[in-house]
Design a protein. Structure first.
Length: 276
């Protein structure tokens, strides 16, 4: 089995003194990948989060030089019944494949696949995109495919297992996906070892940052001591990553889209509509 692992080392993609650049025509589509009930709503309610349900989303970025799929949902397409399917705390009504087809794409048309991180609610359809070039932080891939695999792989691991043999670009930090600064993976470790966020500079909409699970609810940004998910990962790294993203948002005057923020999600245009 031939597997090409390229190591890309990037010190940083956002030059301190940026010269004005023409922004290429980039489109961003939001896919409906369902809804997720909170596993522990009480700690959220206690800090004033009134809506603890979470949206589950995937995003297709269409750039003149190719396409990038960001995250792949919480339940595999193959299990979605007409009228919807519930598995544990997740309910999904639409397949990723059908939403791609609606705007004229097949899984084999996807140039790049990137997951914000490997958790089950972001990676369920990854095997369908094993033909794309996978953009993953080195420590994330190491966590997903340990040298000694567990005897009983989790559902999530089974659902991304095909990525092991994908053409892979191993990242060690930020990564300019199409080489023009319009779509940049931003390393934000903490929630998982190689968690990442996505900066997308859109001509009309302006710059957007997709959070991954750096935050789950807007209250985590305003209440600095409110870190209900920190215990899942590395709290120190998560705090540093939050500071990195907050600085980026300020510098670029970018808007943060918290992917699990179901109230924000309700206000945004969903595919086949798009942002450009
Ligand atoms: Zn999540």
């Amino acid at each position: 089995m031939l597997m090409s692992l390229l190591l890309y080392l990037f010190a940083g993609f956002f030059p301190a003194t940026s010269t004005p650049q023409a922004v290429p025509s980039v489109k961003l589509y939001i896919f409906d990948c369902g809804m997720l009930k909170s596993g522990n709503p009480d700690v959220l309610l206690a800090r004033g989060v009134t809506t603890t349900d979470m949206s589950v989303t995937a995003y297709l970025i269409v750039h003149p030089r190719g396409t990038l799929l960001w995250d792949t949902g919480v339940i595999p397409d193959e299990l979605i019944q007409p009228g919807g399917t519930t598995e544990a705390r997740a309910t999904v009504r639409k397949t990723v494949r059908s939403q791609l087809a609606e705007i004229g794409y097949k899984p084999s048309d996807i140039t790049y696949l990137a997951l914000s991180h490997n958790h089950y609610d972001h990676s369920a359809n990854s095997n369908n995109f094993a033909g794309a070039t996978w953009l993953v932080q080195k420590p994330e891939r190491a966590a997903m495919f340990p040298d000694t695999p567990p005897p009983n792989p989790s559902n999530a691991a089974a659902r991304f297992s095909a990525l092991k043999n994908s053409k892979t670009v191993l990242l060690d930090g930020d990564h300019d996906v199409f080489g023009d600064g319009s779509v940049v993976i931003v390393a934000t470790p903490g929630h998982t070892p190689g968690h990442q966020s996505l900066y997308v500079n859109l001509q009309k909409t302006g710059p957007i940052v997709l959070s991954g699970d750096l935050y789950h609810y807007p209250a985590e940004r305003t209440l600095k001591d409110f870190t209900p998910f920190a215990a899942l990962g590395n709290p120190e790294k998560e705090t540093a990553s939050k500071a990195k993203i907050e600085a980026l948002l300020k510098e670029k005057k970018a808007t943060l889209w918290i992917q699990h923020d179901i109230l924000l999600y309700a206000q945004l245009k969903k595919s086949p509509a798009y942002y450009d």
